[in-house]
Ligand binder design. Structure first.
Ligand code: TYM
Length: 337
């Protein structure tokens, strides 16, 4: 039997503090996959991708660091996972160019994220357009076979698979056919507009950040939308119940003496119409606040020690660089450079 460990690659943009959508859709999965010991893992901070947005250099510099500290505090272990800043590995941009030359424009025009983003802008850039190609380069650079992401990234991972096929067809088998990997909660919804994906771009009150203090969490959840007109199960309630299920281990007493969990109790109450949303919200706010207590402490500790953080990221980049150099040598040979 081959002892090849399957290769997992994923990344996150440093556009803001991590929120519970990032956590339940991606980050928790990364930590669990890492700790299973079954995979070769590459996790990076997609700082080059963030240049397609509107952060200032100072904001980008600060937030890249914070995002690194947050991923470490969430459980990414640089001894088990190659963890680095994308921009430190120059080959990503080089490989992206090579893949640009294989990708039809019509395929990029189909990308829903591109269409959504450009619809809100007066002027779109080539960077926004070719964004998914850089993402394909991020993945293929490490020959990523599985990419754990949330639902909004599936299309980009599918394009990566197509790009790998186009490359292999033209130049000879080299890249794997990448697949996405989802969690049970690939699309966490906004607190205020529960028919939309939780995203910071909707506004700060739509998301709960993992670093939010208990009082802030309580306030945000209090304002969360629950029942809507028209009857039936309201999307806001479904979202809050799902969050309770995922975070109830943060409660001091997640189970009643009957053995029923807090989540099960609220689901039952919702079905028989006796649910009190205020109670559900109190319970959920407590669960989330406690669940991330350890995270908040570790995050603060890491941010106090920038030299340590820098060293972790430098060491990670050195590890990634070795793999990237090997991939690029193979690519250049195949394509005739
Ligand atoms: P980004 O930074 O927007 O999000 C990081 C991860 O969080 C997931 N996510 C969610 N999951 C569930 N519910 C939500 N509300 C929610 N919001 C975000 C995203 O699906 C993602 O998995 N283009 C990528 C970054 C990237 C990348 C890559 C990812 C660059 N190169 C290579 C994988 C492989 C992005 O902007 O994700």
């Amino acid at each position: 039997m081959s002892n090849h460990k399957h290769i997992i690659v994923s990344g996150i943009q440093p556009t803001g503090n991590l929120h519970i959508g990032n956590y339940l859709g991606a980050v928790k999965n990364w930590v669990d996959l890492q700790n299973s010991g079954k995979y070769e893992m590459y996790i990076f901070i997609a700082d080059l991708h963030s240049l397609s947005g509107k952060m200032t250099p100072d904001e980008l510099r600060a937030q890249t660091r914070t995002t690194a500290a947050e991923l470490l505090a969430a459980g990414i272990d640089p001894k088990k996972t190659t963890f680095y800043f994308q921009s430190r590995i120059a080959g990503h941009a080089e490989l992206a160019w090579i893949l640009n030359c294989l990708t039809p424009m019509s395929e990029l025009e189909r990308m829903t994220q591109y269409k959504d983003k450009t619809a809100q802008l007066k002027m779109s850039t080539a960077g926004l357009f070719t964004y998914p190609i850089l993402q394909a380069a991020d993945i293929l650079m490490y020959k990523g076979e599985m990419v754990p992401v949330g639902q909004d990234q599936i299309q980009h991972v599918e394009l990566t698979r197509d790009i790998a096929r186009w490359f292999n067809k033209k130049y000879g088998a080299y890249f794997p056919e990448t697949k996405h990997l989802l969690t049970e909660t690939p699309k966490v919804m906004s607190l205020l507009e529960p028919n939309k994906k939780m995203s910071k771009s909707l506004g700060a009150d739509h998301v709960i950040e993992m670093a939010d203090e208990p009082g802030v969490i309580e306030q945000k959840i209090k304002r969360a939308v629950t029942a809507t007109e028209g009857g039936g199960q309201a999307p806001g309630v479904i979202n809050l119940l799902m969050l309770l299920q995922k975070f109830e281990s943060g409660l001091s007493f997640p189970r009643l003496s009957t053995g029923e969990s807090s989540y099960e109790r609220f689901v039952k109450a919702e079905k028989d119409g006796t649910i009190r949303y205020g109670e559900l919200k109190d319970e959920l706010a407590k669960a989330i606040a406690n669940y991330f207590a350890d995270f908040r402490a570790k995050r603060a500790e890491l941010l106090k020690n920038p030299a340590k953080l820098d060293k972790i990221m430098r060491d990670g980049a050195a590890k990634a660089q070795k793999v990237a150099d090997k991939t690029m040598e193979g690519v250049r040979n195949l394509i005739g450079l």
